[in-house]
Design a protein around this ligand. Structure first.
Ligand SMILES: [Zn+2]
Length: 377
């Protein structure tokens, strides 16, 4: 049961209340019913009715309860995660959210991988789906947010459910899609209609050797080198890109696990710095700047991700201190600075400014990678 009571009046609405909903790929709209809500929250139907209004559009539904169900009333809800939504109120219907609407309106892909819990992607910019076109089964149409698939079936006697044949491991040479194996329809035995072909033998185990061999060949092929997509573990450039690309969290951060370091909340709170030696010596005329500078001090603000590189003549505590203060004029105790490498001058400068030196690296492995990546981009 939800912790907070259902608001008795519109004036009494003092915060969000907890509820559960069914994710429905077959629902064209978000649905519920006065009956369900009243029962769920233990309130009278009249209380729920106070919140009801006319739906924004007039459509009928074909549900498990029958066809041509019309919603005369609707409720509007707002949720932190799922935004604003209109619930059509049918006669008797549990709390249902239309998967298609969530995907399209909220721009959130829905992924249901066999064996894993289904999930919606919060931000599709941090998600990638690699599945060749030939390996996809599309619906024939999408009607009112509900995908509709075409199929050919045979009505037969009850029997065990057949697993579909596993997708082929090796693509046919030349990138041609492999002939799709027809899934078995019925096991024939005792079946009244003898039209089903015998089930094909199970696919052979994955040819790991040939897969590796193929990937190895692909890595140096002109086709791969043009786009470097999909990424190839045997391609030197793909691997370099992987090492220097920003890390994305694959799992949601566990709310029970506190991060080792709290994230900065404002600009200037957390800075990282590093010294780059541009020339091997002050005598190198090609690389030394006109003022005799042969080092560059890079500063990066962890909150804003602003990164600045300033030339300095020598790596001295004084020079680095001046650069840090120029980059982020903070008062003593206001900033925490972590170093890019083992530069005692940098940490000396941080102490000199009265800032808090952090001997740890911003990212533990391989090094201060967030900082070191920036000057390259
Ligand atoms: Zn590559």
């Amino acid at each position: 049961m939800p912790g907070r009571p259902f608001p008795a009046t519109k004036e009494a609405c003092s915060g969000s209340i907890a509820l559960e909903w069914i994710d429905d790929t077959g629902a064209g709209r978000h649905l519920s019913s006065i009956k369900h809500i009243a029962r769920y929250f233990g309130v009278s139907p009249e209380t729920v009715l106070k919140w009801a209004h006319a739906p924004s559009e007039n459509i009928s539904f074909y549900t498990g309860g029958g066809s041509d169900k019309k919603a005369k009333l609707a409720l509007t809800i707002i949720s932190k995660v799922w935004g604003r939504g209109e619930l059509r109120l049918l006669d008797d219907c549990p709390e249902v959210r239309s998967s298609g609407m969530i995907v399209e309106d909220l721009d959130r892909p829905r992924i249901h991988w066999p064996g894993d819990a289904p999930y919606y992607v919060r931000d599709k910019a941090h998600c990638q789906v690699v599945c060749p076109e030939w390996n996809r089964i599309y619906p024939v149409k999408v009607e009112e947010n509900v995908p509709i698939f075409a199929d050919e079936v045979v009505y037969t006697n009850p029997g065990p459910v057949h697993a579909l044949p596993a997708p082929p491991v090796d693509e046919a040479p030349g990138g041609e899609p492999p002939a799709p194996a027809a899934p078995p329809l019925a096991d024939g035995e005792g079946a009244g209609i003898a039209v089903a072909p015998p089930p094909p033998p199970p696919p052979p185990p994955a040819h790991l050797d040939s897969l590796i061999e193929r990937k190895r060949k692909e890595a140096t092929s002109a086709e791969h080198l043009r786009t470097h997509f999909p990424k190839n573990p045997f391609c030197e450039w793909c691997q370099r890109g992987r090492v220097t690309s920003p890390r994305m969290r694959r799992r949601r951060q566990d709310p029970d696990v506190l991060p080792e370091q709290p994230l900065p909340a404002k600009v200037g709170e957390r800075i990282s710095t590093n010294t780059y030696m541009v020339a091997k010596s002050a005598a190198d005329e090609v690389k030394v700047a006109h003022g005799g500078e042969y080092c560059a001090q890079t500063c990066r603000d962890s909150f804003s991700v602003v990164s600045v590189s300033l030339k300095i003549q020598q790596r001295t505590t004084e020079n680095i201190g001046a650069v840090l203060l120029h980059f982020s004029p903070n008062r003593p105790g206001e900033a925490t600075v972590c170093k890019g490498d083992n530069a005692k001058e940098a940490m000396g400068a941080v102490k000199g400014l009265g800032w808090i030196p952090d001997p740890s690296l911003e990212n533990r492995f391989p090094h201060n990678s967030a900082h070191e990546r920036d000057p390259r981009t």
